[in-house]
Ligand binder design. Sequence first.
Ligand code: PLP
Length: 399
Amino acid sequence: MSRKVYADNAATTAVAPQVLEAMLPFYKEVYGNPSSLYSLGQEAKKPLEEAREAVARCLGAQPREIYFTSCGTESDNWAIKGAAHAMKKKGKTHIITSAFEHHAVLHTCQALEKEGFTVTYLPVHENGIVRPQELEAAITEETGLVTIMYANNEIGTLQPIPEIGAICKKHGVLFHTDAVQAVGNVPIDVKEQNIDMLSLSGHKLHAPKGVGALYIRSGVSIQNYMDGGAQERGKRGGTENVASIVGLAAAMERACATMEERRVKLTAMRDKLIDGLLKIPRCRLNGDWERRLPGNVSFCFQGVEGESLLLMLDLKGISASSGSACTSGSLDPSHVLLALGLPHEVAHGSLRLSFGDYNSMEDIDYILEVLPPIIERLRSMSPLWDAIQQGKVNYDPYM
Ligand SMILES: *Cc1c(COP(=O)(O)O)cnc(C)c1O
């Protein structure tokens, strides 16, 4: 029997048992609407506010700066569209982002371009990192918003967020970061890092799907995205998803309290995997070697089709991804890998392996045992690999 290895924690994670445990009472007994005045409703209100305090604590924010949403995508949409529509009233119509944001940010920026906003997509270079000096040079009189992700979901690279925050502060430009992959994995302090808005999502950190949050620094005024009742201080209508919000808070508290031990464990696993896989010829690690998330690695194997690789790994019980879950189903290589400057053919041979709390070193050993023969097998059937071997197609061996 083959092992089961879930190596796609950047796509979603399993709900932690303690998180589920914390949520259950809010389905069974404490099911009241926190806006209702009778006791059953008010019983749900206190845990909701305690969850807000816990989320705020993990980010170095104030509880009143935390707004619960339905997901990371909603938080990104709200932050970016809400800020854009507010800044337009002050005559500002320019937004700066990066070329390799998650689609929740990229497609939101593209929608705003159709409304007449101008957007600069900063290059991320071969190492997958935005250069602060290029960001500063892109700021004009019209710039009202910068949105740069904290950690990339496909290749795991960490952006220079404190430097970017300082530049935005200096120029009086709002700074939003999509920190969905970073929260719970790297230390975040929104005050120290000059972050005005931050998006996060539950299901990337062992909380359930369908819950997220947006931090909005007090004093920052953006337009509503969800109009409705008076929930979330009138800024985000909709009856609060109390059980999931309690789960999100429990997961964040757990992640923040155990960050260092998890970092040590995941980094050791990640680095063993990198060392092992780089022995395969014409294999490349995507993105900066040091400035990356503890549990995320992305490779390209020349002469290999990412999709075939995923299917063969699946047969061996390994769940992985060739990039973002959101781009699978399209034949184009990932915009993230193209933004690194990789040729299409190389970008097609990508594999992302991402680890979480329920992975172990044995998973790494199993991947290292199973993956190299699969690559060899796929290459033995690949006309592109033949052409590379015969020198008819010439890619940098490290590309
Ligand atoms: C998963 C993800 C999102 C979207 O979050 P959802 O809760 O799935 O909507 C946004 N940004 C990044 C970087 C992500 O990894």
